[in-house]
Design a protein around this ligand. Structure first.
Ligand code: BDR
Ligand code: CA
Length: 317
């Protein structure tokens, strides 16, 4: 069983990753750090609380993450992709006062200190909160076993700009810091997560087996997401499950991904290439080792991906 702390900006694909984590007996979800990204931090926080409540797992701590990128600029949100509330057509009924109970980074550090060398961090939002945790307490963060980050786009078009993927573009300074300073880092970039598609038929299959209140929201949120993608990229076969792919990478499922090891830099000085992820894939280059060397996912086996998703989200009853 993996002890996981999820850092998320809970929009639609983050929600699917969270639902998968809550349904997977291989994952012991110790906490969720909620920051801005797809939506405002408050909404992301509220969405996690709502999903945990639907699941009946209200003892999992939700930790308040960042509200804006490290450079202090106003964040750019994506209501056009995730809906104004972040969960497509769903309006979570949780009252505003509940946000007053926010837990802060002290809780995060306590969780890591209690489980030294045992925690896997999966970051599926902007890298700001994770970078802040490292700036605040490198000693404690050094006790994390491994880190998985959904972000970047290597040698392919981005989604936030021509060259940059949204998580790295949203806070390129933080992304660059994480890529250059965090040991045992695995990056799951857009090249790969774009292949992690769930088609409408596959979603129908999951929906037909949905049993719990939590499982029943998969269908409406993914229908909404599919319509958004159809408008943006007419003819796309399904919806890319970026964040679920990153979480599944953390489970070391055999045959799901291939990897290369490279040093990664992220363009973070203000320019039209802000958020661009750079690694050396020129012919003749080989895997790196040692400090500053990250593992980058290069390919995903979609058949295996769908099989693994169904195992957890479409269980026979
Ligand atoms: C990433 O950006 C966010 O919009 C998604 O939730 C995902 O984490 C994809 O580029
Ligand atoms: Ca996300």
């Amino acid at each position: 069983m993996k002890k996981v702390i999820l850092f998320a900006d809970t929009g639609i694909d983050d929600a699917i990753a969270l639902i998968y984590a809550l349904n997977n007996p291989q994952i012991d979800l110790l906490g969720v750090v909620s920051g801005y990204g797809n939506i405002e931090r408050e909404k992301a926080y509220r969405n996690v609380e709502y999903l945990l409540e639907l699941a009946g797992w209200t003892d999992i701590p939700v930790i308040s993450g960042a509200t804006r990128p490290l450079n202090g600029e106003d964040p750019v949100f994506f209501p056009n992709i995730h809906g104004v509330e972040g969960l497509g057509p769903i309006q979570p009924p949780i009252p505003e006062e509940r946000y007053a109970n926010r837990t802060n980074f002290r809780k995060l550090f306590r969780l890591i200190k209690k489980n030294p060398g045992e925690i896997t961090i999966v970051n599926v939002g902007r890298c700001t909160s994770l970078a802040m945790a490292w700036y605040l307490s490198p000693e404690v963060m050094g006790d994390v076993k491994e880190t998985f980050v959904m972000g970047g786009a290597f040698l392919v078009p981005g989604n936030a700009t021509e060259v940059a993927e949204a998580n790295f573009f949203g806070d390129a300074t933080a992304a660059n810091f994480i890529c250059q300073n965090v040991a045992s880092l695995t990056i799951i970039p857009l090249n790969v997560t774009r292949e992690a598609l769930l088609t409408p038929n596959e979603v129908d299959f999951i929906a037909a087996r949905a049993n719990t209140r939590l499982e029943k929201i998969i269908d409406p949120i993914l229908d909404f997401y599919y319509e958004v993608y159809q408008e943006q990229e007419p003819g796309i076969e399904g919806t890319p499950q970026h964040d679920l792919a990153a979480l599944m990478a953390a489970l070391d499922l055999p045959g799901l991904f291939t990897y290369k090891k490279r040093k990664v830099r992220v363009q973070h000085e203000e320019s039209y290439a802000n958020g661009l992820s750079i690694a050396d894939f020129r012919p003749g280059t080989t895997n790196c080792s040692g400090e500053g060397c990250s593992r980058i996912a290069m390919e995903l086996d979609r058949t295996e991906f769908v099989k693994q998703v169904m195992k957890v989200l479409a269980k026979k009853r």
